[in-house]
Design a protein around this ligand. Structure first.
Ligand code: URA
Length: 242
């Protein structure tokens, strides 16, 4: 339910997020990904987080466990978070694609298009102040522009995503930094500026009278309770940090 100010309580937003998770777990919009995935890696963390990270797509470990950034890149992300005094349970972590592309190939434009509704709804329901895009795919999608991460990393800007203004902060993808020491140094430097950005709080929000109507193409609901063949990962485990 929306209040007079057009906002929902944290509990209502959390419940709505669980519904989006159920929809994503049954999603078959990308036939190849639906046929080859083990799990839908929706995202995990704090449903009321001020800071959201958006990566590219799940890899093999993430596909197995149903949780984003649990492999080597994830360990680096955890380490960098620790260095600024944060842990995974305080932030939200997700990807542009919720399913693993076979062989870890790049996401296809049609897959990004099919999946972006889930990310949009995550932003709308979690209401972060800062979204940190990890690498090119997330940065290009959320800025709606093809400029690459090399030019943009470490430069915060305010963008409007749906009805929400957020501070977008592009940084290098930890998987890329794993193999390039100079990139790791830059990633760490950029990461160190996150506390300062978070301290600024949310940017000024557009007034409700300026809201564009939201797109009506909500993801299809599971309907028959189908769960994409991922019974080995329970919904509660996937969102264990809520
Ligand atoms: N790389 C990503 O972009 N996302 C993950 O979840 C893991 C590795």
């Amino acid at each position: 339910m929306l209040t007079a100010q057009g906002t929902r309580s944290p509990a209502e937003r959390r419940e709505a997020l669980k519904e989006v998770l159920a929809q994503a777990r049954a999603c078959e919009r990308c036939p190849e990904l639906a046929a080859t995935r083990k799990t839908v890696v929706f995202g995990s963390g704090n449903a009321d987080a001020q800071l959201m990270f958006v990566g590219e797509a799940p890899g093999a470990s993430e596909d197995e466990q149903g949780i984003p950034f649990v492999g080597r890149a994830g360990k680096l992300l955890d380490q960098l978070l620790g260095e600024i005094g944060l842990e995974r349970g305080e932030v939200w972590v997700c990807n542009v694609l919720k399913c693993r592309p076979p062989g870890n190939r790049d996401p296809l434009p049609v897959e990004i298009e099919n999946c972006q509704e889930y990310l949009r709804r995550q932003v709308e329901l979690i209401e972060p102040s800062v979204i940190c895009t990890l690498g090119n795919f997330a940065t290009k999608l959320l800025r709606g522009d093809p400029t690459g991460i090399t030019r943009l990393h470490g430069k915060p800007e305010t963008v409007l995503l749906g009805r929400r203004a957020v501070r977008l902060y592009p940084i290098y993808h930890p998987a890329a930094a794993l193999y390039t020491p100079s990139m790791l140094a830059t990633l760490r430097e950029d990461f160190m500026r996150l506390p300062e950005l978070l301290a600024q709080g949310p940017p000024e929000q557009p007034p409700p009278e300026a809201w564009e109507p939201l797109a009506v193409d909500e993801p299809e609901t599971a309907g028959n309770g189908a769960d994409g063949g991922q019974e080995h990962v329970s919904e509660a485990d996937q969102l264990g940090l809520f």
